[in-house]
Write a protein that binds this ligand. Structure first.
Ligand code: HEC
Ligand code: HEC
Length: 395
């Protein structure tokens, strides 16, 4: 057909052809009905065949106790699922309501927007482009959803009690110390936005431990107590911890603090090795484990607290608003004075709720005096240096 005609003539032509087709047309009954029935029956057979020979792979039975399960929509809704992720929190309504309503309204308005009587695709490039972009966007969102949502893998963190305890100790030090204290001692919260000055009851008391089962404690960690200020940690509740990690934390709390149970003797309780009287402590073996137990929860990426980050050797020595907080050979370094519970310009005492153990204070002090070696080799080199210097000093 000649599509260069003006729209009105084109419309008339179309009507003519329509009338012709109608006259020579087929009847709805029985012709069309018959075809429909055939196709419907064909599809029915196909479905029965698929159900019998292919089937649907079922997921594992629903387990209400499994908090790691991340529900995901069917594939054809994945693009919406992904789309919503870009509108977190308060602006969620934009993704859930505004955009879909606008999209549906646009569909309603389509007949008024696209008034061209021309049907050939060459005359509809604009609309086809818009639709193409939308369809590609949906495809891209679907692919992103598949790629980004973590697969439901079972990561086994630890098997033996010792491994669980050690893992739990690390996790507790990272996530919980900032509010509950390194030993679960509770007390007044310092440096946590929104909870400043709130006083927490101890978690390490017999009163707490004797009246809660492991499961109860796991549930609290999993769901949190949002109205009291305890954040949820379970993956399914927006937290970062898998079920076995939460279990490990409870193992640490139970075996570390409950006097009715005891860890097997071969477990190094704190992960800080003993050191001979004249040995030189190093960062990797002695200082870092103490930091992980007592400081890192408040002094890491994402926490302000004097902008002092204690997640690496370099930052421990060289960061913070009151830098330098550690000076080799200086017992008056900020960190040491704070650990002796002095209040200085940079703050203090540190950690805020409870003094460090004597042995740990001693390790810190000896480490600073020795020049803060990073590794065991660095410490050994210092000892050699000393030995070499000694003879020359003697007459
Ligand atoms: C941001 C501060 C904060 C962090 C971090 C935090 N909690 Fe809590 N937690 C609270 C508050 C507030 C409560 C409310 C109960 C209270 O007032 O004692 C609470 C309550 C609890 C309770 C229940 C206490 C009871 O008496 O029943 C447990 C158990 C607990 N937290 C464990 C943990 C563990 C384990 C972690 C680390 C994974 C953790 N919390 C991290 C603030 C925190
Ligand atoms: C419960 C949270 C918490 C814990 C645990 C904690 N700190 Fe702090 N720290 C703070 C806050 C809050 C500040 C900001 C200063 C202030 O208000 O007292 C701070 C500041 C500091 C500063 C000063 C940084 C600067 O340059 O201004 C040093 C040094 C420091 N802490 C050392 C430590 C050490 C060492 C430990 C572990 C033994 C530790 N802190 C454990 C909350 C904590």
């Amino acid at each position: 057909m000649d599509t260069k005609l003006d729209p009105e003539t084109n419309k008339e032509r179309y009507h003519e052809r329509y009338d012709q087709a109608k006259q020579s047309g087929v009847k709805f009954f029985p012709d069309i009905i018959y075809k429909d029935l055939l196709v419907a029956f064909g599809i029915f057979l196909l479905l029965v065949g698929l159900a019998v020979f292919v089937g649907v792979k079922s997921e594992p039975p629903a387990d209400p106790g499994d908090s790691t399960y991340i529900p995901r929509p069917e594939w054809y809704f994945l693009f919406l699922f992904q789309f919503l992720k870009y509108f977190p929190g308060k602006i969620e309504w934009i993704g859930t309501t505004l955009v879909p309503v606008l999209a549906i309204a646009a569909l309603f308005l389509l007949p008024f927007i696209d008034r061209s009587p021309l049907r050939h695709w060459k005359h509809r490039r604009k609309v086809i482009t818009i639709m193409g972009v939308i369809v590609m966007g949906m495809a891209a969102l679907t692919i992103l959803a598949v790629v980004e949502t973590p697969p439901m893998e079972e990561i086994s963190l630890a098997n033996s009690l010792q491994e669980q305890y050690a893992a739990g100790e690390g996790l507790y030090g990272f996530y919980c110390v900032e509010c509950h204290g390194a030993e679960g001692e509770g007390g007044e919260i310092v440096g946590v936005e929104g909870l400043e000055g709130v006083t927490l009851a101890p978690l390490n008391s017999t009163e707490f431990l004797y009246t809660r089962t492991d499961e109860t404690i796991q549930n609290v960690i999993n769901y949190g107590q949002p109205d009291l200020g305890m954040p949820p940690y379970g993956l399914a509740y927006g937290g970062e911890l898998a079920t076995d990690e939460i279990e490990a934390i409870v193992v640490f709390m139970r075996y570390g603090w409950d006097d009715r149970v005891e860890l097997p003797a071969d477990t190094a309780a704190s992960g800080v090795p003993e050191l001979a009287e004249d040995g030189i402590p190093n960062y990797v073996d002695h200082i870092e484990p103490i930091i992980r137990r007592t400081c890192v929860s408040c002094h890491r990426e994402g926490k302000e607290n004097g902008n002092y980050f204690m997640t690496s050797y370099e930052e421990t020595i060289n960061s913070g608003d009151h830098m330098p907080n550690l000076i080799a050979g200086d017992l008056g370094s900020n960190v040491l004075r704070m650990m002796y519970r002095e209040e200085i310009e940079a703050g203090g005492p540190m950690p805020p709720t409870k003094a460090l153990k004597e042995e740990w204070l001693d390790l810190w002090e000896r480490w600073v005096m020795a020049g803060m070696p990073e590794t065991a080799d660095d410490a050994a080199a210092l000892i050699v240096e000393e030995a070499e210097q000694q003879p020359s000093e003697e007459p």
